[in-house]
Design a protein around this ligand. Structure first.
Ligand SMILES: [Zn+2]
Length: 228
């Protein structure tokens, strides 16, 4: 635990300094930064200001929480500092609550994701799409040409997975999927770019649902389609 937490003045300066570094090093990578004037406007801007204040040193999340409670009371207890990674920040954590920020480059996951997006955007063939996904099934990560222990396959072959079965199979409506992931869903679901289910595409999943869920769906649909 740190007993000498930075003052609000320290943190405002840290926030401005981080903004400058961001403009030079991270903006071009489209890392997301909170658009705030004062460091203590939202939780994320406080986290970043504190992390950056400790340049090159680890800081424990409990200390970040202390600053949050001091400078923006009412933010609540547990601080999910690691969520900054989703915005592209290069944050490393030791699993014990200590965090370290490198403000000069985006997180490796962010760069991989960006490369993938560009790859999909520029893809001309299914081979290009597969390459954008590192030759892996978007849903389970199984690699083409390798063995799948899960399904006892010697050599996995990726198939064209239909992202949204209600729309034609065009370049931007395809994800590479291992046949077992592809077949298992049988056109029942809509997938996002990460191969995760984002909606249902047919009535089958509702038919297979429990009566409690069907009742919920029914109530919602009644409201949705009732003419006022
Ligand atoms: Zn799969």
């Amino acid at each position: 635990m740190n007993n000498n937490l930075p003052t609000p003045d320290d943190l405002q300066k840290s926030s401005v300094d981080l903004c400058n570094i961001y403009a030079q090093h991270l903006k071009q990578h489209e890392v997301k930064i909170p658009k705030v004037k004062k460091y203590n406007q939202i939780a994320k801007s406080i986290w970043l200001a504190v992390l950056h204040y400790y340049k090159g040193e680890e800081i424990h999340k409990d200390d970040i929480s202390k600053v949050c409670q001091r400078d923006k009371p009412g933010l609540g207890g547990y601080q999910q500092v690691r969520h900054l990674k989703r915005d592209g920040w290069h944050l490393t954590s030791d699993g014990k609550g200590n965090h370290l920020l490198d403000p000069y480059k985006p997180s490796p996951e962010w760069e991989t994701l960006k490369k993938q997006k560009e790859g999909i955007l520029n893809a001309k063939t299914f081979e290009d799409i597969k390459a954008a996904y590192d030759m892996r099934c978007a849903t389970c990560g199984t690699k083409e040409g390798e063995a799948s222990h899960r399904y006892g396959e010697d050599k996995v072959k990726l198939q064209r997975g239909h992202k949204d079965p209600s729309k034609p199979i065009t370049k931007d409506n395809i994800i590479p999927q291992y046949q077992f992931c592809n077949r298992a869903y049988r056109g029942d679901y809509v997938f996002d770019d990460k191969g995760r289910v984002s909606a249902i595409a047919d009535v089958r999943p509702v038919r297979k649902a429990s009566e409690t869920v069907q009742q919920k769906v029914f109530e919602w649909l009644k409201k949705r389609f009732t003419l006022l």
